[in-house]
Design a protein around this ligand. Structure first.
Ligand SMILES: Cc1cc2nc3c(=O)[nH]c(=O)nc-3n(C[C@H](O)[C@H](O)[C@H](O)COP(=O)(O)O)c2cc1C
Length: 175
């Protein structure tokens, strides 16, 4: 029996060019569900997701960061991953897991995605996290981890092969 999860993990690549076609409501709903299914420390569920489908707002999100935003040029939608830092001292980890699970669900639907880092990144003149927070009315206590861009793939990237795995990163019994 093929290991379906590993196949999805190998196929997932960062996709930064998308076709014009929108995603269906069902596809978007499944991606959001994957985020909501993520585990969180002490089950505090600090993560909150902002779905953005308006092309003008997607463009405005792009302007919140000075580089690495190519994925937003043609994205069908974006999900901004935030978390209430008052609810959890490990909100970064919680938000990262939710983001990863949404990217993997997208791949399982043969959709493309890319992680656009916002936390600890800059816009042309200020802090990218503050810019995104202001743009989308996100309360100050919420951290903004990243923006995920989604769409139908308009670029082909080869899936990872067994030979691509950096085996030296695995240690056994001790470092
Ligand atoms: C924490 C993190 C931050 C990233 N930030 C960006 C980003 O700001 N812009 C971007 O286009 N890609 C970003 N990426 C995607 C990486 O460049 C990409 O995952 C890496 O080059 C490996 O390629 P792959 O995703 O195709 O396996 C980020 C990925 C991670 C995990």
């Amino acid at each position: 029996m093929p290991d379906e999860m590993l196949e999805i993990l190998k196929r997932r690549r960062s996709i930064r060019k998308f076709r014009e076609e929108k995603l269906t409501k069902e596809e978007v709903e499944k991606i959001l569900k994957a985020g909501l299914l993520a585990p969180s420390s002490k089950n505090k569920k600090p993560v909150e997701l902002i779905l953005v489908e308006d092309p003008h707002t997607i463009q405005a999100l792009k302007n919140c960061k000075n580089m690495g935003t190519a994925g937003l040029d043609s994205a069908a939608c974006a999900i901004v991953v935030t978390a209430d830092s008052r609810k959890s001292d490990v909100w970064v980890e919680d938000a990262s897991i939710a983001a990863t699970m949404m990217m993997l669900e997208a791949e399982s639907l043969s959709l493309g995605s890319v992680w656009i880092q916002i936390r600890n990144r800059q816009s042309a003149s200020a802090d990218a996290e503050i810019e995104v927070r202001n743009l989308l009315n996100i309360p100050e206590s919420y951290g903004v981890l990243n923006i995920l861009a989604f769409g139908r793939k308009a670029e082909e990237k080869a899936p990872y092969k067994e030979e691509d795995l950096q085996r030296s990163s695995v240690h056994r019994e001790r470092f």
